[in-house]
Design a protein around this ligand. Structure first.
Ligand SMILES: [Zn+2]
Length: 148
């Protein structure tokens, strides 16, 4: 039986795809062979990923590997080498769009990381000059995504 309990909040995730896949595999008590079997990758390919020879995954491969490791695909995507700058810019645009939508009254918005429903609200406050301002707040009910 596969261990699929959620990752503990205290788990410090490794900063590269190679180390993170290795870490998650160990955490799930899987050998390279086990992970290969669950993800339908070859054992050699798992070894390549853990050695840092493959630094990014196609959407389909990411889904398979994430599923085998029982984590959200976003958890692998965020440490893929190719996704560095692009993702940051993409995330900024996404955050601006979400923020505007929430301020305009949208509520049932999908999470940009996992697609689940975001909990959205508008918070009122004052800026440093005492002018009233409104901020959009949103967080995912399923994954760690928080609108910043
Ligand atoms: Zn989410």
């Amino acid at each position: 039986m596969r261990q699929t309990k959620p990752l503990p909040q205290t788990l410090q995730l490794a900063p590269t795809l190679a180390r993170r896949v290795h870490q998650l595999r160990e955490f799930r008590n899987m050998t390279v062979r086990d992970l290969a079997r669950w993800s339908r990758f070859t054992a050699a390919r798992i070894e390549d990923i853990e050695a840092g020879l493959e630094t990014w995954l196609s959407a389909t491969d990411r889904q398979l590997l994430a599923k085998a490791l029982a984590v959200e695909p976003a958890l692998l995507h965020e440490v893929e080498a190719r996704s560095g700058l692009e993702t940051t810019r993409e995330q900024q645009a996404q955050a601006q769009y979400l923020s505007r939508a929430v301020l305009e009254g949208a509520r049932d918005l999908p999470c940009p990381r996992c697609g689940y429903t975001l909990k959205c609200s508008v918070q009122e406050g004052f800026d440093i000059e005492g002018q009233p301002i409104r901020f959009a707040k949103a967080f995912c009910l399923k994954c760690p995504y928080v609108l910043r």
